[in-house]
Design a protein around this ligand. Structure first.
Ligand code: ADP
Ligand code: MG
Length: 375
């Protein structure tokens, strides 16, 4: 086995084989478009980071800057303490997986996987062993002699993954790697990739527009919108404590209420011309706030039914749709201001209303989240 492929990986790093990646003030402009607009964040060794955002939010551009395919106009990419901004692509110790697999169709599976080893001048007699181990890691042991054309989409993507990890790079970059796969295969591959990256201790930067994929796979999520970093945190933080309307709307379904926080006796209330939204008692009063309530926190009661005595938020409305979704139902309720509210109920329990009925929505103040700094 060669020096390159053994022990702590190509950098000779002690401890975690994963790289530490720091992005500092990255800017990339295309004409008037700021594709990446002053993004700074750190990925710790072994962390799985997902760049999440709508199409055009700058995910691919940022990933390609890390890979070295695109030069940033401003800022630095620092890997393990070393600024690699001037290091050419083939010298960066990075594995890369693209959405379209990018396999060489005329080469065998083994030759495809061996490609990075050739580039790194790993000795020929060591290659076969490394290739077979990489194929085994993606559950394709024994497939080396086949042609990529003989494989299914999911298998081809596994080959691309094997190729990306065969040289044991400390950093793996993936751009929508599962986008072309059907749902079941995608979910299986999400688990697979996560297992593999943990086993190898790799640092991963993954790009997706799929919030579910981001929530299930990541240690950290960086949410991008319009080239800017909106929020960076754990999946739980982004879902449970969105820092802005953009984040609350992007991750999961949410109901947003905007108003002024006022004290009402012992309670803090968001003053709305209709309904009553309680906020946690320690919320500072006399300021504008946006309150986020997730659909599963809301209960539906028929209008006129006895109200619960507890201090809860109440909002009247009319049921406008009832959508069955297997393990849950999604009920849409038109509020007094015409805005549509979303409620998620268990589909097993009978709904106390039907479309067209007047209802009251209730939820506990503790289940709402206030977006801080909302102006
Ligand atoms: P995402 O991957 O999140 O969909 P991209 O990074 O591909 O977003 O693109 C971000 C923005 O930069 C978009 O407005 C896109 O049109 C623009 N852009 C990306 N690459 C180029 C390019 N090579 N030339 C001009 N504009 C580009
Ligand atoms: Mg993209």
């Amino acid at each position: 086995m060669t020096e390159t492929a053994t022990q702590a990986g190509p950098t000779g790093r002690e401890g975690s084989p994963g790289a530490r990646v720091e992005l500092a003030g990255i800017v990339k402009r295309y004409g008037d478009v700021r594709a990446v607009d002053d993004v700074s964040l750190t990925v710790e060794p072994g962390q799985f980071l997902t760049l999440l955002g709508a199409s055009g939010s700058g995910k691919t551009t940022l990933l390609r800057i890390v890979a070295g395919f695109v030069d940033a106009d401003e800022g630095r990419v620092v890997v393990d303490g070393r600024d690699i901004s001037q290091v050419p692509v083939h010298r960066r110790e990075i594995g890369m997986v693209f959405q379209n697999y990018a396999l060489f169709p005329h080469l065998s599976v083994a030759a495809n996987v061996a490609f990075p080893l050739e580039m790194r001048r790993v000795r020929r007699r060591d290659r076969a062993d490394l290739v077979e181990r990489a194929l085994e890691a993606v559950q394709l042991g024994g497939y080396g002699g086949r042609s990529p054309k003989e494989l299914s989409g999911g298998q081809q993507q596994r080959v691309a993954l094997a190729r990306a990890i065969v040289a044991r790079p400390p950093l793996l970059l993936m751009d929508e790697p599962l986008g072309a796969l059907d749902r079941r295969l995608r979910e299986a591959m999400q688990i697979e990739i996560r297992r593999l990256s943990r086993e190898l201790g790799l640092t991963v930067i993954n790009v997706t527009h799929d919030q579910e994929e981001a929530l299930t796979m990541s240690d950290r999520i960086a949410l991008l919108a319009g080239g800017r970093l909106v929020q960076h945190g754990t999946p739980e933080e982004l879902y449970g404590l969105p820092n802005s309307e953009v984040a609350a709307r992007f991750l999961g379904e949410s109901n947003l209420f905007r108003g002024r926080v006022e004290r009402d006796g012992t309670e803090s209330v968001l003053a709305l011309p209709y309904g009553r939204v309680l906020v946690p008692g320690d919320t500072p009063g006399e300021r504008e706030a946006v309150v986020v309530v997730r659909p599963s926190a809301i209960r539906i009661r028929p209008a006129g039914a006895e109200q619960s005595a507890a201090a809860v938020s109440r909002m009247p409305g009319v049921v406008s749709a009832d959508i069955y979704a297997g393990d849950s139902r999604k009920v849409l309720v038109e509020g007094a201001d015409g805005a549509e509210l979303v409620v998620r109920c268990e589909s097993g329990a009978p709904l106390p209303c039907s479309v067209g009925d007047e209802v009251v929505l209730e939820w506990d103040p503790g289940s709402c989240h206030i977006i801080s700094g909302a102006a």
